[in-house]
Design a protein around this ligand. Structure first.
Ligand code: FMN
Length: 176
């Protein structure tokens, strides 16, 4: 699929059908995540596929929105801070960046096979930690609910800043 079409197709889906995506579809999405790049190729991440009702209930308590409850599967993207690359100059931990790239791969792949997703970061991290019994060095970074969208994905216009507002030439004072 053409990349621009895929980028337009990927959108935040907050209404799902009851039927869960198949294991094969979930595995395709996970495989696309596995191929994501990361700093020094350290791959400091783990993904929990949450579809058990009791676990979804616990995740819902961490992000109590009706629409989120309706998602049949939630991927919990966890960053491993002990494995992540720290930049030599200032020790900046690149775990968040790596987890974001992974999540982008997952959500784009999902869209490419007609599965809806939505990044969720506005959750209570302690509740997710408790639900998954995460050790201290593992941080729940993103909840990615997955499901067949209630209405099929369609490539729509994105509300985004124009290039002139975000791109500059040889410094921040000149437009490109
Ligand atoms: C890092 C990140 C965190 C987000 N967290 C939430 C969230 O907690 N809840 C939610 O409903 N949407 C969340 N979103 C979805 C954004 O609101 C959405 O991507 C944005 O408005 C653009 O819309 P689109 O995804 O349909 O293109 C998040 C997106 C990103 C990238």
């Amino acid at each position: 699929m053409d990349f621009f079409k895929l980028a337009a197709l990927r959108q935040s889906v907050r209404q799902f059908k009851n039927e869960a995506p198949s294991r094969n579809e979930i595995l395709q999405i996970l495989e696309a995540g596995r191929l994501a790049p990361s700093a020094v190729n350290y791959q400091p991440w783990q993904i929990v596929v949450a579809d058990a009702p009791h676990l979804r209930q616990q995740l819902w308590e961490a992000y109590p929105r009706d629409w989120f409850k309706a998602a049949p599967v939630v991927l919990v993207i966890c960053g491993n801070h002990t494995e992540a690359w720290k930049r030599g100059a200032d020790q900046k931990d690149h775990c968040d960046i790596d987890a974001a790239i992974l999540t982008d791969h997952l959500s784009l792949m999902a869209a490419s096979i007609g599965i809806g997703s939505c990044w969720v970061c506005n959750f209570n991290p302690e509740k997710v930690r408790e639900a998954l019994q995460l050790p201290e060095h593992m941080e729940p970074m993103v909840l990615l609910p997955l499901g067949y969208p209630a209405t099929p994905l369609e490539a729509g216009e994105k509300r985004r800043k124009p290039l002139e507002e975000i791109v500059f030439h040889n410094g921040l004072s000149r437009s490109y």
